[in-house]
Structures are given as C-alpha cells and as structure tokens.
Design a protein around this ligand. Sequence first.
Ligand code: WT7
Length: 660
Amino acid sequence: MSEDGESAGELEARLPDGETFEPPASFVEQANVSDEGIYEAFEEDWPACWERAADLLDWDDDYDTVLNDSDAPFYEWFTGGSLNASYNCVDRHVEAGRGDEAAIEWVGELGETRTYTYDDLHREVNEFAAALRELGVAEDDVVTLYMPMIPELPVAMLACARIGAPHSVVFAGFSADALATRMESADSEYLVTCDGYYRRGDVLPHKEKADEGLASVGHDVTTIVADRTGEEYDHPMADGEHDFDELLAAHEGATVEPVQRDAEDMLFLMYTSGTTGKPKGVKHTTGGYLSYVSWTAHAVLDIKPEDTYWCSADIGWITGHSYIVYGPLALGTTSVMYEGTPDYPEKDRLWEIVEDYDVTQLYTAPTAIRAFMKWGAEYPNRHDLSSLRLLGTVGEPINPRAWKWYYKHIGDESCPVVDTWWQTETGGMMITTLPGVGEMKPGSAGPPLPGISANVLDQSGDPVDPGEAGYLTVDKPWPGMLRTLYRNDERFVEEYWREYSDPEDDEWVYFPEDGAKLDEDGYITVLGRVDDVINVSGHRLGTMELESAIVGVEGVAEAAVVGGDHDIKGEAVYAYVITEDGHEGDEALRERIVTGVEDAIGPIARPEDVIFTPELPKTRSGKIMRRLLEDIANGDELGNTNTLRNPEIVDDIAGKVGGD
Ligand code: WT7
C-alpha cells in the first residue's frame, strides 16, 4: 500500500457524474437473474448459497462441506467433492445431444474462420490428452502453454484439465525471459507453443522466442509446436520436438477418461505481477473456480446455451481463462475467439464480427472502448449490431464518458453495461451490477455480487463515509478465490491477508490493493491500484520488474518507474533513469532501455518516455518519492516537496518532461 493513499484522490476525475440508467425491460424479461431478492437470499443462506454455483456443474462425487474455514486464510470449498473441468466444459454437452452445436467460433487475423463444435472439441481434447499422457505428462505436472489466440490453446488447456495436469498459460506477448522465469518457477517440464502468428498482417516468429526462453531454463523440457502459419514461416524444430497436428493424427480417435479431480486440486496456475520483482503464481482450483466462473458467467454475462458470446480479451490473461474458456464452455454456449487486433485490416473489424456471427454479448476493456471512441461512431455505424443484448467491461476503471459512448453507440441504449471489477486472484467477477436487477451508474462498478462482502476502509481499518476514498477489502471468502501463491504460502498470507486481518481473533480480510469509494447506495467505484503496480491497457505491470529490467541495461545506475495517465491506455510507463558515470543519457541508451524492457517483459511494458536525470527525488530516509514522479509525468501541480532531501531536483526533472 502506498504510504500516503493519495493515489486514490488523483483519480477523482473518473468519478461518476450522477446520471443513472435502468436495465432495459426487454433485457430484464429474459435475464438469467432478475429477482432483486437474490442479495438477501445469499446473505441469509451464506455460505450454503454457493451451492447454487456448484449446481451449475456435474460432480462425480458430491461434496460434503461447502466451506471449510478451519485453516483460514487457506480456505477450502466444496470439500469432499470431485469433478473434471474438461468433462464439464465438453463431454456433458455432447452427452446432452448438443455435439453438433458450435463451442468455439475462431476468427483468424487474415480473415480465416474455423468452427469447433462440441463434438470437434471433444475429439481434439481427447486426442491431445492422449498425446500428453504418452509424452509422460502425469497428474499434477505443470504444463506451460505459450500460445497466441489459436484454437490449439483452449484445446490444450482442456486436455490438461482432462488428465489433471495444471496448465500455466504464459501470454504470447511476453518475452523469452518472462517465459523462462515462469517455467523455472513452476518446474514445468512441458511446453506447448506454436511456430508463429500474425499481427497486422506480419508474421511474428514465436517459436524463436520460445527457443530463446528454453535456452535459459535449467531443466529438460518436452516441447510441442502447433503450426499456425503453414508454409509462410518455416520454424526451427529441434530433435525430439513434437508437432501438434502429428500428435493428434497419431492418436486419432483416442479417448481418455476424464480424471476425477478433488474439488481443491489445482486446475491451473497463472502468473501475475505484484509489488516485488518476482511474478506471483496464483493457484486456482477445480471445484471452487469452475463453479464461480460458471455462476458469474450465468448471473452477470447472462450466458445461455443458444448465445454467441464474445470476450475480446486474450486467453493469456485471467479474463480469457475465466470468460472465454471455462465459464462460457461450462455453460455450453458458443464462445467467439478472435486472433487479431481491432483495427486490422480496418477499424470496424470487431463490428464486422459482431454482425457476421450475431454476437449476443460483448465483453471488452475500457482501453479498447476509448480507442473506438477516438476512431469515431462511423465504424460501428457501418454494421448491424442489433444482435447484441449485453455489454461488459473489465480490467481498469471506465470513465463515464467512455461508458456512455459504449452504451449508446454499441448498445443502442438497449443493452445493459456491466462494469466488472475483479482480479487474477479473485478468479471471477466480484463487484458489478447484476444486469437484470441493478440500476447502472456510469463509472461505478456497482455493489458487490450476492454472497460477496466488500468494504471500503481507511488506513486504520474503519469504514470510510460514503464519498470518501479508502481501501477496498473483502471480508468473506468466495469459491473462486486463489488458494495460495504456488509453493509460497507465506507470501500469500503476507501479500493479501496482512493489512486488515486480525489473526488473533481468526478474522481474515482480503486486501486486493485497490483504492475505492462507496456511495450511499452501496455502489463501489474502484479508483485504481494503491501498490506499485501499473495498469497499462488493463494489463498489470510491476514497477519493480520494470526497474530491474532497466537497471540491467549497461550504462544505467538507477531507475524509478511510475504510471502516468494516458488517454487510451489508462496508464503508461514513465521511466526516470540515472546514468552511470561515463555514460550519456542519449538516444542510443534510450533505445537500449526500451529494448531491455521488451526483452525482460514484452512490448506491452514499453516505456512511453525515458527521462534522464542526475538524481531522483528522495526522502531523508532515502525512499524514492514516486508520487512526485507521477505528478511530473501527468504534468500535474507538484505535491509537497518539504520532506525531500533534494527538493531542487524536482523542478529540474519537471523541466525535462515539460514537452509532454
Ligand atoms: C486489477 C486486476 C480482472 C481481469 C483483468 C485484470 C483493475 C479490474 C476493474 C474495473 C476498475 C479494475 C484493478 C484490479 N481492475 N477491473 N472494472 N474497474 N479497476 O486482472 O491483471 O489481475 O488486474 O485491475 O486495479 O486490482 P489483473
């Protein structure tokens, strides 16, 4: 948590302006959840209320306890139950006679399309599961999936789930180094990747990046390579590497019995950034996670089997895990998966897809909406978007102007907009209106979902008055919660449960490290991170990771990284750098720094600006005053410099950023 808590205040400009919207009657009539009594019902019946979520799944063995809190904060959900995620997302829909309905509608960047029916998915998942087994993957082995948005990715995820091997998906845009760190941290001996993929028409040589990462993994790895680009990019294949399609062919028609997993068995691992330089391996389980994402996909996204639902996130992030793959497929709907970017070949690409597929729900990020707004309404106006019934956003605060633009120009004022607050760690949505129940307030996510207990507290743990900024906390466990940080129980307790809990009284409060405000109606407006995490286009980057990448560049003595406001991305990376004696802060060094960051993390972390300075503003105790650096990046009036050891440096630095 930042020591001053003022970062929340800086975001006041994003507060709602008081305008509210009722859920459209046409939506309410058909909504999966439309009874406002659901909040009270969940509260009265807590934690048994969560059986409703578990009931959306097929269990092999019934659980005997909904919540086991005997070892809090190491909670267990649906104890004693067993199930298989791949069975729930695939087989049961086939068994219900829906095998010929589309599970995944894949749209490639070059305009190609592929439809995977539930039968197709069933066949490939089985074949790939058989292949993984033959290659030696055993239950509980972590399989790393370093793949872009190609159908082989969900196939591989579900195949892992089928044999009880947790997957660890590494976002394809991450660098070779980032891949290596994650594979080492998880001792992962299996990698599924691909040859290359397309971005704005160009082929990206993904396999080369994977090879570079593998070169710095200290143990043996079995590698499988999917072929995305065909002849276009002849990728290097080393001896002993396997081709995805050849493996499927070798196991044609094979079936693999879904492994019965204990509810608490790990379904997957997902690395995310935190305050320290080391990414955190968030552990999600089979029973609690799958129940929770299915329930929220049902109650919030209003998913029905006959829908064509589209979440435009990348599966490499938690949003894609929960709401492209697991939630929608568990509910047996059609999930659209788009490989490319929204402005290629034209700025109406998304709207073309909505029209072509009669998309019923669209779930995207504020960053994307701000870009659409900038491009103008003419692009959506070219298409018939009347199939849309619901709109959603996730990943960062949405400013009311962007919310209203989305509501009007995409939803034609007839689709509810759900602004869903959650995190990698929460597994699924936590704070949002229920689209068939609650009034919408642009800019404010809404009340906590039924069964979720969230509060806004001040530093000493007392609730703040309505309208005051404070810290968001969650004081009851929920089924989708992370269970621990992989092989690091201590850091799990330290990171999330230290700040507001009272262990002596066995009172545990989860701290997500976000600032927030509460209004009189109990609506929560999430203001943004209060730790050293920057949210660039809805992607989480740790300042420590960025700083250590920069300090690793030859010629750099010290670096401080902050997030500055950005019109489209929400926040952007600003790097303040002190050079080593004998090195110039010139264009060449700037280039090396940018490359250093791209190599360590990936292009998403690319600094917006690198500012060379002889000193950084520091307190007398030697702490860098990041808040001042943020003010400078934003061109804001500078905060108090009284406590600085070197106040004179502030104007000096500000002079260098002035041009922005
Ligand atoms: C952080 C979590 C949730 C999946 C994508 C990001 C911010 C997320 C909202 C929202 C305001 C939001 C928070 C949170 N955030 N959704 N609707 N309004 N802020 O997952 O990478 O784990 O990042 O994203 O700061 O802590 P993540």
